[in-house]
Design a protein around this ligand. Structure first.
Ligand code: GRF
Length: 202
């Protein structure tokens, strides 16, 4: 049984894709221990509640310093003892201690074909604004292991999406989510649960 924690910050559509895949059997032998958000108002937490999954809010705003937040975040994650940590629209940088303690067991979904349109400043709509400004004809999404860089860990899966001439950032974001993110993230989790993708040692 793969024990998983999903970290979110916003709408939680990727979390919902994971929940739906667990519900319909595309993801098997997996238990979602908790959903952690840095944002108490994240709709993702309501999605977790509706699915009967414990929601936890750990926000840097509630700590004197980033170091104190990092320690609390790492301690809470260690208590949960997940096999896999999934960053699904999570906008807080992962503490180096967590990357070390969970090396090879943290994955992230990024809404572009890494190495394009990733790294500092490329998140949410900004990713799609960059793709449209560059004039690429294809974009997509990437699932990768998380290392101490930003969007730099080993790539696990990618799916390309056509860019249409009349696309706005919002239209493109929606297509990338529907046709790429919500497909490859559940698929990678299913592959991990079935042992097709090996995880780092606990
Ligand atoms: C998604 O595009 C995801 O790739 C990015 O954040 C956006 C919001 O995701 N990291 P969600 O709806 O909160 O899952």
């Amino acid at each position: 049984m793969l024990k998983m924690v999903v970290c979110v910050s916003g709408g939680g559509t990727n979390l919902q894709a994971i929940l739906d895949a667990m519900q319909d059997g595309r993801i098997r032998d997996t238990r979602l221990l908790a959903v952690i958000s840095n944002n108490a108002g994240a709709y993702a937490l309501q999605r977790a509640q509706a699915a009967g999954v414990p929601g936890i809010c750990i926000s840097p705003k509630n700590y004197e310093s980033r170091d104190e937040f990092n320690e609390a975040f790492c301690d809470r994650m260690k208590e949960l003892q997940p096999d896999l940590i999934v960053l699904a629209g999570f906008l807080v940088s992962i503490p180096p201690r967590m990357v070390e303690e969970f090396e090879g067991r943290i994955i992230n979904i990024h809404p572009s074909l890494i190495p394009s349109f990733c790294g500092v400043g490329y998140y949410g709509l900004k990713v799609h604004e960059g793709a449209l400004a560059r004039g690429v004809k294809l974009t997509g999404a990437t699932v990768h292991f998380v290392d101490n860089g930003m969007d730099t860990g080993p790539i696990l899966s990618q799916k390309a999406v056509q860019v249409e001439p009349e696309d706005t950032p919002e239209i493109l974001q929606k297509r990338v989510m529907e046709e790429a993110e919500w497909v490859i993230l559940p698929q990678v989790i299913a592959d991990i649960a079935e042992g097709k993708i090996p995880l780092g040692k606990k």
